[in-house]
Design a protein around this ligand. Structure first.
Ligand SMILES: [Zn+2]
Ligand SMILES: [Zn+2]
Length: 129
């Protein structure tokens, strides 16, 4: 069987088509469709582990592979990851010139909130010394 037909059958199955409808739509015999779907069901029986709590999970055939056992785990996972991403990406600093807090992206060590403050500070230093 061509992979192309297989993916078509898979697609129709996920859209809720029955064997008969698929056979008609793709101009195949009922037994061919049934055989293909049975084979696919074996391939599609996905087993995995929840990425949050590690519990064993089975994904529903024909549906997207699950990554989490529950909405709660997915939510927790995303929350903690977003926090990590934010922590890594943004650092908070206080402007040396106007004392305003600002966050900068990445690892750079900005000491001024803006170029304006940078210039101001430089100029004030120049004038006092
Ligand atoms: Zn879980
Ligand atoms: Zn500033």
């Amino acid at each position: 069987m061509k992979a192309e037909i297989k993916t078509r059958i898979k697609q129709l199955r996920s859209e809720g088509y029955g064997y008969k409808k698929i056979a008609k739509a793709l101009d195949l015999t009922l037994s061919v469709v049934r055989y293909a779907v049975n084979k696919m069901s074996d391939e599609d029986l996905l087993e995995g582990h929840c990425e949050k709590c590690g519990i064993k999970i089975k994904s529903i055939k024909g549906k997207k592979r699950k990554r989490f056992c529950s909405d709660r785990c997915r939510w927790d996972w995303w929350n903690s990851h977003l926090r990590d991403i934010n922590k890594k990406a943004f650092t908070t600093h206080q402007c040396k010139c106007c004392s305003r807090e600002f966050s900068s992206y990445g690892n750079n060590r900005r000491i001024y909130c803006s170029h304006e403050c940078y210039i101001k500070d430089k100029l004030s230093k120049k004038s006092t010394t």
